[in-house]
Design a binder for this molecule. Structure first.
Ligand SMILES: Nc1ncnc2c1ncn2[C@@H]1O[C@H](COP(=O)(O)OP(=O)(O)O)[C@@H](O)[C@H]1O
Ligand SMILES: [Mg+2]
Length: 197
């Protein structure tokens, strides 16, 4: 199975691009979706996390208190590694499971932190959605209603734009109108169909 790893900084346009591949009937395996699904109330992963990090990371309604967990790991590299050690193997296993079910000619693995989590070897082709830092900041603020420092903290926790671009086999330019994505995805789709044969 030919695997395209779709990545990019927060709000650069990964989900918008993924939707366009989906419209061609290509299966999208979404690492964020998997990570969320793994920690639904009463799941083994959430129970494991609460044993490890304390019951305070679960809300009274049984859901994961993401803000609390984020706060716990934010300035603690050790705790962050512990969280990754619990979650990454589970995410990896679910990706493998979903890969075994793919029937489209190739598939797209949407992994926001592909480079940060060193999962490059999982994919055959690294596709980076890129836009200028200023544009990116504006899009996050608009979408997630965050303050400037909050946005910058997230962006600074990710690899730099240059580091990401250096890893790319292909780059989608998402600096202009969102409709400019269609043609770029069309060209890449045809390329991936050929490469997957
Ligand atoms: N070219 C564009 N012009 C304007 N807004 C865009 C463009 N591309 C994406 N957006 C908007 O920016 C936000 C982030 O895009 P999204 O695809 O969700 O990014 P990601 O999945 O990488 O976080 C969304 O609200 C989306 O509608
Ligand atoms: Mg997204």
């Amino acid at each position: 199975m030919y695997k395209v790893g779709l990545t990019g900084g927060i709000a650069c346009g990964k989900s918008s691009v993924a939707e366009l591949f989906k419209a061609y009937g290509i299966t999208i395996i979404d690492a964020d979706e998997i990570a969320h699904a793994l920690v639904v109330p009463d799941s083994p992963a959430l129970t494991h996390l609460s044993r490890h990090f304390g019951a305070a990371i679960i809300k009274p309604n049984g859901q994961l208190n993401r803000a609390k967990l984020r706060e716990l790991i934010f300035n603690d590299a050790n705790k962050k590694h512990q969280l990754e050690a619990i979650m990454h193997p589970l995410i990896y296993a679910e990706i493998e499971h979903q890969l075994s079910l793919v029937t489209s000619a190739y598939c797209v693995l949407a992994i926001p932190l592909l480079i940060e989590t060193k999962m490059q070897s999982l994919v055959d082709h690294i596709l980076v959605v890129d836009c200028a830092l200023e544009t990116q900041i504006n899009r996050v603020k608009l979408r997630d209603n965050l303050s400037n420092p909050q946005v910058m903290a997230i962006i600074n926790s990710q690899v730099s734009r240059n580091q990401r671009l250096a890893e790319a086999d292909s780059i989608i330019d998402n600096n202009q109108h969102i409709s400019d994505l269609s043609l770029q995805v069309n060209l890449l789709h045809n390329q991936f169909l050929k490469q997957s044969q």
